[in-house]
Design a protein around this ligand. Sequence first.
Ligand code: SF4
Length: 355
Amino acid sequence: MTVDAPPRPSITELSPEELSAWLRDREEPGYRTRQIRRWLARGSAFEAMADLPAELRAGLAAAFRSSSLQEVRRSQADDELTTKVLYQLDGGYTVEAVVMRYPSRSTLCISSQVGCPIGCPFCATGQGPFGRNLKANEIVDQAADAARGLEAEGRRLSHVVFMGMGEPLANYAAVVDAVRRIADPDGLGISPRRITVSTAGLVPRIGRLAEEDLPVTLAISLHAARDELRDVLVPINSRYPLRELLAAADDFARSSGRRVSYEWVLLAGVNDTERDARELSALLRGRLAHVNLIPFNPVPDTPFREPDRQSIRLFAGQLRARGLNVTVRDTRGRESEAACGQLRARALAEGVVSR
Ligand code: SF4
């Protein structure tokens, strides 16, 4: 019987100290750690690390993989302004990341878990079984790969949003570690202010995040402004109801000095009525808040529908008339298994990946 050799470890799993120790054992000078980490932050393969001696590059390639991720599938939409990538992780699990190109910025939507334990009924990711938490380096490697691709196009990755698969605050330690690494000037150097961490409402973790001295933008996936409806749309609400969630968000806004973003996926006839506009306005009145309306991206096997343009405009207008700051998110990625989790769902259905 033959036994497959275990895959080489990913070098991105090593801490700076572990990498330094590995280099020291090979009698490499101390500055190599920084050189290598800079290349890795930009998603470079070992052979592209031009300021390293060829022998060291070969040694690295023999000992490690340069990323924890392996691309399995890619889809483009919006005239190639949106790219969705499905990655395979160790253990065969898969996650998605989406790059969105705008005139003045490039944003990556990143995944923090395989599947999601929250189970929102309108979400493709929430429909499947939960797999596992991502490690910090698996999160950072999504950013590194996006940065590499964008650099090749003459662009720079400028913003990162933790709004892909998973509930970021349910994988707290890895997400905070990943944010610090993405913000590290020796890494990608993206200011925490350009990094958005979303949550369905894990109230104690919002409090913890407020104490991290990490001025990220907090996005609350609100979707309903009364508990009976939110209990259904975002099931974690039955544990942490709106009153507690809003109090935690207020504390975060106070301690960070940052406006909280409230995300609202618009579901036709469910949360886009005049009553919803009234309740949402009353809930956020006087708060340091911004409302981001997201027209629903249809997900197969769910009963939810996308509102028509006129209803979207009407709802946004009702909120603005009541004094709220509102944007309607453009519906990027419609042609590319648009909603989060759909590219993966398709690959699973086709048997291209197994989990
Ligand atoms: S919407 Fe967000 S929190 Fe809800 S199931 Fe999907 S990924 Fe999880």
